[in-house]
Structure formats: structure tokens, C-alpha cells
Design a binder for this molecule. Structure first.
Ligand code: MN
Length: 375
């Protein structure tokens, strides 16, 4: 019998091995945010193997500027600190395993997110349910925005038109390099796409609190749904000041990684919305806890991503479909990448609608072996 911490569950399954791969995926064009520019996304793919032949897939997209992780540190963490906890365990006991991993290693949220995702993949496959259904979802389609990186106002307007022509109804525009040019960016995009398109703005910590208030007041007339992370991540007082002084809802992204951060944000009244990213919080298990805090605090939720391929985006999409409180969906990084490691299965896109797969677990059916290299 399978023995979890609190009792018997059923016949036991065991994790027999954990494989780690690296994938280097090129962006269609250099992607710039206030924190820097990326031309490729270097991700870590994890495959957990069990003695019953069920395999779980997960992906980490480490962001050194946000979580302090590199590809190398992520690979090292999975191989040396997560794998030893996993091997020999029953993968169904997800809560116990993740608790032990947290005890064994502080931080390394993307590495943990990849393992968490692979465990939930196995859980879904074991019970023959798509992960979103296992999490209680009644939805199988979610609507995403699409992100436009920082460029000249004219270039951003051009990208905006292209995305609207492809069927996107919500644009997330990156700003935060220069307050005056940022206003021009928002104006150029609004002028280009007309009134029916929703515009979200993300400053990625690029403004001081006073610059943020001044700039947000100027862009409010262009019809802005929300402004994400106007000030540095550590400055909750500054973000509360911004929130007090503008009409536009403020979303916290880099300021909230963990459930503990979420609680601190609630107490500081610094934001109206929390942007959950699996890569920041350590996976679905922790994301559920943030969602619970947000619900109790009457704070809205957004779900976002780093540079995940369709594999990691699929994990986040299953979670997003299951959590009603998630009103803002920003699951688009794979759409900005030229290469796709998911050959068959995973979430698909039609206009701005992402369909969840109906296969069990994450629903990833085939991974491009030529795009993942042994790490
Ligand atoms: Mn953001």
C-alpha cells in the first residue's frame, strides 16, 4: 500500500530517476523590458520517471534578474538537492515531497517549479485526468494577452497592429526606461489600435514612486486597465504610495514571489492585483496558497510567465483554468519564441484563446528531442 504522511492511499508507485535537460530557445526578435534584453530563453526541462512507466514533464525558465537563478544554478539544484529527495518517493504524495524539498533547499523557485509541474503531471496521469480537471476546473479555454517589449513608440505601435490583426484583444506593453518616452509608447499603441483593445502596462520596477504617479496620471487618459510593478520590488511603501495616488489598479509582480510575500503585500495595501508566476513561487502547489491568500484578502489575481516554452506555459494554463480568481492572463512567452519544444499536445492558441489539452496530466504528448540536450 502507498503510505503518505496521513494514511493509506493505494498501490505504491516510486520515482526511479530524474533527468535534466537544457533547451536554448530563440526569440523572434530581441525582447526588451526595463530590466534588460533577451535574445534567447535558456530553460531547464525536467523529466521524472516512475517504476510504473508514468513519466512527468516540467520546465524551469530561470530569470537571474528576478529570482536570482541561472540555468547552471537550476541544473545544479535539481541534480544535487531535488533529485535525491525525489528518488524512491511515491510521486502521488506531492505535498510531502515539496515540503521536504523546501526544507532541504531555500530559494531556487524555478527549479522547484519544474519539479512541482512534473509531479502534478504524474498525478494527473495516474488518475487519468487533465491537470486542470484534477484541480477542479470547469473551463478548457483561457484568453491570454500578448506582450510587446520595449522599442520605439513607432515600432511598438506596429507590433500592436500585427498582434491585433492576429486576434489578440488585450495587449501588455512594456515600459519603464524613460517616463516621457513611456507616455509616448502608450499613446502610440492606443492611437494605433483604437478604443476596443485592452491595454495593460508593465514598468518592471522602472520608475521611482513619484515618477510612477506622474507618468500613470499622464497615461490614464489612454485607457489603461492596470499598471504592473511601477517601482522596485522591495519598495512596498513606494508602491502603496503609487496606489493611493492614481486611479488605475496596481499589480504586484516582482514584489510577490511566495505566499509569505503575498501576505506581506496584503498587509501593506500596496497593490490591487497579484501577478502569480510559477517560476517565482516554486510551482502550482505554492501558487494555490497565494490564490487562497488573495481570495481571503479580496485581491485580484493575474498569472504571468518568464520565458517558458509551451511546456511550462501548459503547466501555468492548467492552474489558470482552475482558479476562478485569475482575471488577468499573461501566458504568452512561448508565442514570442521561434522554437517550440512541444511537438504534440500542450496548450494550443487560436486568436487569443488557449485551449487546454484533454489528455491526462499536463497533456504533453511529444517533446522535440533535438531541442533538449542532456544537462
Ligand atoms: Mn511583470
Amino acid at each position: 500500500m502507498r503510505l503518505c504522511e496521513n494514511g493509506l492511499v493505494g498501490d505504491s508507485m516510486r520515482i526511479v530517476d530524474v533527468k535534466v535537460f537544457v533547451a536554448e530557445l530563440e526569440y523572434f526578435e530581441p525582447f526588451t523590458i526595463a530590466l534588460g534584453t533577451s535574445t534567447i530563453s535558456r530553460n531547464v526541462v525536467v523529466r521524472i520517471l516512475t517504476d510504473e512507466g508514468i513519466v512527468g514533464w516540467g520546465e524551469a525558465s530561470p530569470s537571474r534578474r528576478i529570482t536570482g537563478e541561472t540555468v547552471e544554478s537550476t541544473i545544479y539544484a535539481v541534480k544535487n538537492y531535488l533529485k535525491p529527495v525525489l528518488v524512491g518517493k511515491d510521486p502521488i504524495c506531492v505535498n510531502d515531497i515539496l515540503k521536504e524539498i523546501d526544507k532541504n533547499l531555500q530559494g531556487h523557485s524555478s527549479a522547484k517549479a519544474a519539479v512541482d509541474m512534473a509531479l502534478y503531471d504524474i498525478l494527473g496521469k495516474n488518475f487519468n485526468l487533465p491537470l486542470c480537471k484534477l484541480l477542479g476546473s470547469s473551463k478548457n479555454i483561457i484568453v491570454t494577452d500578448i506582450t510587446i517589449g520595449i522599442k520605439s513608440p513607432k515600432e511598438m505601435a506596429k507590433s500592436a497592429i500585427e498582434f491585433v490583426d492576429r486576434g489578440f484583444r488585450t495587449l501588455k506593453i512594456k515600459v519603464g526606461t524613460d517616463p516621457l518616452e513611456d507616455v509616448e509608447r502608450v499613446k502610440a499603441v492606443r492611437d494605433a489600435v483604437g478604443d476596443k483593445i485592452i491595454i495593460r502596462v508593465d514598468a518592471n520596477q522602472g520608475w521611482t514612486p513619484k515618477q510612477a504617479v506622474k507618468t500613470i496620471k499622464k497615461i490614464e487618459k489612454y485607457g489603461i486597465e492596470l499598471v504592473e510593478q511601477p517601482v522596485p520590488w522591495w519598495d512596498l511603501d513606494g508602491m502603496a504610495f503609487v496606489r493611493e495616488n492614481v486611479d488605475t489598479p496596481i499589480a504586484a509582480d516582482e514584489s510577490v514571489h511566495s505566499p509569505v510575500d503575498a501576505l506581506r503585500l496584503v498587509k501593506s495595501k500596496a497593490a490591487d492585483i497579484i501577478n502569480i508566476k510559477l517560476m517565482k513561487c516554486g510551482g502550482i502547489n505554492k501558487a494555490l496558497k497565494i490564490a487562497n491568500i488573495a481570495e481571503a484578502a479580496d485581491i485580484e489575481l493575474m498569472i504571468g510567465c518568464m520565458g517558458e516554452s509551451t511546456l511550462g506555459i501548459t503547466g501555468a494554463a492548467h492552474f489558470a483554468a482552475a482558479i476562478d480568481l485569475i482575471k488577468y492572463i499573461d501566458l504568452d512567452s512561448d508565442l514570442l519564441l521561434k522554437d517550440n519544444i512541444v511537438v504534440e499536445g500542450g496548450v494550443t492558441i487560436s486568436r487569443d484563446m488557449r485551449s487546454l489539452p484533454s489528455d491526462s496530466g499536463l497533456g504533453i504528448k511529444k517533446i522535440a528531442q533535438n531541442l533538449i540536450k542532456d544537462a
